[in-house]
Unconditional design. Sequence first.
Length: 102
Amino acid sequence: MELAFLGDRFSSERAKELGIVNWVVPDEELDAETHKLAVRLASGPTVAYSNAKKLFNQTNHLSMESQLQMEAERMADSMMTSDHAEGITAFMEKRPPKFVGK
């Protein structure tokens, strides 16, 4: 409320302290850091990311019961993917997973 009402300016470091941003990088490193994050996301379990995004976007529009039901359904969907099996196999074999988005 303080930020919304008073409109005080603050540094990027303070924004990180407040939890408004996750990272602060120098301007000249922004493109490289953004690319690293994009590659990391693209090589992750994209089906699970999609399901999580749908859940996050619905949080304010559903009752608790409906939200929990939707979470259970999305979790079951994610567990049926080949990416889920790959994640478990990679963990057991102590290697990085190779997700394919299926």
